[in-house]
Design a protein around this ligand. Sequence first.
Ligand code: IMP
Ligand code: MG
Length: 192
Amino acid sequence: MRGDLERVLFDEPAIHRRLDDIAAQISNDYRDRELTVIAVLHGSLMFVADLLRRIPLPLKLECLSAASYHGKAETSGEVIFKLDEASASGGGQIELPAVASRDILIVDDILDSGHTLAAIREALETAKPRSVRVCVLLSKKKQRAREVGTDYVGFEIEDEFVVGYGLDFRERYRNLPYIGVLRKELLEQPDR
Ligand code: IMP
Ligand code: MG
């Protein structure tokens, strides 16, 4: 898999050092209130697991799935919420996590066009949480289709397609322990 990368941006120690900083900030900011973390799957899987183990506070964890890429390297703009089998309520309706009056922290892998996080934030706000903050591991420096305020950002990166540490291209590369830029020609190949 390493050969499919043009270059590595953040190796494992660099990611873990940055997680120490963000976790310390979050732990300080939420020391007096109980946090409800909303992990946006699957991209945030590694990030949220490593981050939460560094936060020594009582907290709740909820997960939701949303996708806007549909196997391409560019967002389609349309965000689809998917649900866990476990939370499917009879007719297969989307059931958002219980967030009323809670202090929620949305955790996602990467902020790109902004469509996904804007849609998730909007959907969660209808359930009247007490506060909403956003934490992303990566934020692309670019003009966004939808502006999304972030409260905790791991790293700012250029507008390139990256994989690893949870981030995928067509569901692959999530298990790389580091983050790197995928070779451009791979983005154009038909799916295997
Ligand atoms: P947005 O809706 O365009 O902000 O896209 C956010 C979602 O697209 C993220 O949660 C990722 O799953 C995916 N995504 C955006 N950029 C990248 C990338 O460079 N590599 C892998 N996935 C990405
Ligand atoms: Mg993805």
